[in-house]
Design a protein around this ligand. Structure first.
Ligand SMILES: Nc1ncnc2c1ncn2[C@@H]1O[C@H](COP(=O)(O)OP(=O)(O)OP(=O)(O)O)[C@@H](O)[C@H]1O
Ligand SMILES: [Mg+2]
Length: 374
């Protein structure tokens, strides 16, 4: 079922089961994710906010000590007094990967043979996409586990957010690739049916990397078989969850030209991938100064150097900045399509505590904007 145009963010926070914040670097994705999660929790929902990268500021705002990053969700103390609850989780790619292998292996021997495999050890934490795959595993657990009414997923800056979105599809393709199929066949049939292309490939890798690496790689992929089926199924399911009508993408940007370019690119990528964009947040907007009358402005121009003329110069600068920001906001409105666009002013200081998050939530999703939950 498609959403009616311009549903308020408050309603989306109220109804969605998965909210994903994405956008360029440093524009407030993490802060927004935490604020929206807090808002939903305070209206009685059981909410978890998940960050893919260990974002320090989210950790601070939610009272999670970065050094004690844990695999298990932690309840945020003092966030909610009513019936809802707020939980937070940070992902650590390598331990999540190990845990997934241990949990999914048929037995201890299979787990051991994978975990001790040098190829596995070298890719577990550093493989491009490993974090995204693990985010998928975790997202799948959280979204289907029934423990939470709403999962709020914070993402790294835009380039990686696209990686995250692509990851389920890439993973499915990877496991379906003929080379993967050939490598994971039992050795005898592998020897029999290996075609000229894969034989040439294996020969080339053997020459480049040495025979041990080839054996390790083949062993690694063979050991993975069995696990791969579940991984592929979950990736496909997460691909569907990310596109479900109960999912809302919240694109965060600032009104700066470079950020808006990236946000535009990301909005296009979301549309192309069929991911539902529900809101665009233009964060860190400067106030538009009250325009001066022509006479006042002319008089101030004529002033000699001094405090007042400096203030006049500042006024002109701020007016010019606000004017260019208007152009950028218009650009974002065009990119947003039917999604609601919300402007958030730059606060006086960082948003680093629950009170700050609540103030931000009040601007993003005022509670009177949706029907009260029964
Ligand atoms: N409206 C605002 N007014 C003032 N400060 C803000 C506002 N929104 C966010 N901030 C501050 O900006 C900084 C960056 O915010 P945040 O970490 O949420 O950005 P991010 O997009 O998640 O960054 P990254 O791309 O590095 O993950 C933080 O210090 C946060 O407190
Ligand atoms: Mg962040």
């Amino acid at each position: 079922m498609s959403k009616p145009p311009r549903t308020s963010l408050a309603s989306l926070v109220h109804q969605s089961e998965l909210l994903v914040t994405c956008g360029p670097g440093g524009v407030g994705k993490t802060t927004t994710a935490a604020a929206l999660a807090l808002s939903a929790a305070r209206e009685g929902r059981r909410v978890i906010v998940v960050t893919v990268d260990p974002a320090r500021r989210l950790a601070d705002a939610l009272g999670i000590d970065g050094s004690a990053r844990s695999h298990d969700p932690r309840e945020v103390a003092g966030a909610v007094t009513g019936g809802g609850s707020l939980w937070a989780l940070m992902l650590d790619a390598e331990t999540t990967f190990d845990r997934m292998i241990t949990e999914r292996s048929a037995d201890v021997a299979q787990a051991q043979s994978i975990l001790s495999n040098p190829v596995y050890r070298s890719i577990a934490g550093s493989l491009a996409g490993a974090q995204e795959y693990m985010a998928i595993e975790r997202l799948h657990q959280l979204a289907t586990g029934g423990e939470f009414d709403l999962v709020v997923l914070d993402t790294p800056p835009s380039r990686h957010a696209i990686d995250l979105l692509d990851a389920p599809d890439r993973l499915v393709k990877f496991f379906g690739h003929p080379m993967y199929r050939a490598l994971t066949m039992p050795s005898r049939s592998f020897a029999r049916v290996t075609n000229a292309t894969s034989a040439a490939f294996v020969w080339a890798v053997r020459r480049l990397a040495g025979p041990t690496v080839v054996e390790d790689t083949i062993n690694f992929f063979r050991a993975l078989s069995g696990i791969e089926v579940g991984l592929r199924e979950r990736a496909a399911e997460v691909g569907r969850i990310l596109r479900a009508p109960t999912t809302t993408f919240v694109l965060v940007s600032s009104p700066r030209a470079e950020a808006v370019d990236e946000a535009h690119h990301l909005a296009d990528a979301l549309a192309a991938g069929g991911f539902p964009l529900g809101a665009v947040i233009v964060n860190l907007v400067h106030p538009t100064p009250t325009p001066l009358s022509d006479v006042a402005s002319g008089n101030l121009h004529a002033l000699a150097d001094g405090a007042l003329s400096q203030q006049a110069a500042f006024h002109r600068e701020l007016s010019a900045l606000a004017c260019s920001e208007r152009t950028q906001v218009a650009e974002l409105e065009a990119a947003a399509g039917p999604a609601v666009v919300i402007e958030v002013p730059m606060f006086e200081g960082d948003i680093h505590d629950l009170a700050g998050l609540a103030a931000l939530a009040g601007l993003l999703a005022p509670s009177e904007e949706h029907p009260v939950r029964a």
